[in-house]
Design a protein around this ligand. Structure first.
Ligand SMILES: [Zn+2]
Length: 377
């Protein structure tokens, strides 16, 4: 059994980490559209930007706050007094204060040591709490930090008044087994909220996020389409859709809104959605191969782990090089024809030949023309 309350809370960072993806820059209008779509989809929290970037970003964070109705709006800050001051100018009530916690990053970024990082945490979290801000402590490069030190960070964050610790696998180097173990340890040592922020450098961000939740994470930090630095983050749509079938858990996210949300972000980011992208790709509920289609026509669950209607999609049976007689017969009947077995065989040969030469699926119009060509006069 899972040792934590449901639902899992979603913290979407498309407007912050997502926009940090190489070459991605949203306009203010796009940011507001995305924020509104996230809010309407039931996403609980929106990480809206980095106030320290300057006036335009401060204004856009304020505009996001004014636009959304339900979602909590959070500003991302470094663990510095100046960043907290900038966040206050953005008018937010909640901040994520990010602190490098691996020895490598502490040394490279501050030129100091663990004791200095803890002192900084105490000082800046204390300042933010005194200013009335709710604080999540974001642990950058936590996956390469010493575990005992992570527990010191957790204890210090809690004592300083933080309500949450975000564990960031900044470089995407964790695997689900390690992630699960780490979260079990963190969960056993604290009462504050635990959030996982995973990167997808090895293609494991979604798996690691689910493992973190199984281990005790209460919050998932995600981006629409997994947009983000380098290979990106855990994808909102993948984690949200997997919660129920994999963990038996739920969230407040309306899964049927995911396709439109993905299309919106893909357009604003100028990043086309790969046909095979889980949940939202054009091909992921399309079936072509004869063996699959003949099973699917008898029982959809033969070859579908996820009912497409659950995520606002529809099943498609397409005709191509790997089609069989069941799919062709079914498609002809759908078009109002009553083909004989021999006619189906003849049309199937034409379908396969057309798909081979055209390198694409065969349309209904083409199918009808093939059938008219073989029909007895
Ligand atoms: Zn990140």
């Amino acid at each position: 059994m899972t040792p934590y309350p449901i639902p899992v809370i979603f913290n979407d960072t498309t407007l912050r980490d997502g926009e940090q993806a190489p070459g991605v820059a949203f306009t203010l209008a796009e940011k507001l559209q995305i924020a509104l779509a996230l809010d309407n989809a039931g996403v609980d929290e929106i990480e809206a930007g980095i106030p320290a970037m300057g006036e335009a970003e401060i204004e856009s964070i304020g505009a996001v706050r004014a636009t959304v109705r339900k979602a909590e709006v959070i500003a991302w800050c470094r663990m510095t007094e100046a960043d907290v001051a900038a966040a206050r100018r953005a008018g937010v009530t909640r901040v994520n204060l990010s602190l490098p916690v691996s020895d490598r990053q502490i040394e490279a970024k501050f030129g100091t040591d663990r004791a200095d990082a803890l002192a900084r945490l105490r000082r800046v979290v204390g300042l933010a709490r005194d200013a009335g801000l709710a604080v999540a402590v974001g642990c950058e490069d936590a996956s390469r930090a010493d575990t005992d030190f992570m527990l010191r960070v957790l204890e210090t964050a809690e004592a300083a008044g933080a309500h949450r610790l975000r564990f960031a696998d900044t470089l995407g180097v964790l695997d689900p087994f390690a992630t699960f173990g780490i979260f079990q340890t963190l969960w056993a040592n604290t009462d504050i909220e635990l959030e996982f922020h995973g990167h997808d450098d090895l293609g494991l961000a979604t798996a690691n996020t689910l493992a973190a939740i199984r281990g005790g994470a209460t919050h998932a930090s995600v981006c629409v389409l997994g947009l983000g630095e380098r290979a990106g983050n855990a994808a909102l749509e993948e984690v949200a859709a997997a919660l129920s079938p994999i963990l038996g858990m739920r969230s407040n996210v309306d899964l049927t809104r995911l396709p439109a949300l993905a299309a919106l972000v893909a357009g604003a980011a100028r990043r086309p959605i790969d046909a095979a992208k889980p949940i939202v790709g054009s091909a992921v509920f399309a079936h072509e191969s004869g063996i699959h289609v003949s099973g699917l026509l008898r029982d959809p669950q033969c070859y579908e782990a996820l009912d497409p209607a659950r995520v606002g999609r529809r099943r498609e049976i397409v005709l191509g090089k790997h089609s069989g007689t069941a799919a062709v017969g079914n498609a002809l009947e759908r078009l109002g024809f009553s083909p004989s077995r021999d006619e189906v065989q003849t049309v199937l040969a034409r379908v396969r030949a057309r798909a081979q030469t055209a390198k694409r699926v065969v349309s209904d119009a083409e199918l009808a023309s093939f059938y008219h060509a073989v029909m007895p006069q």
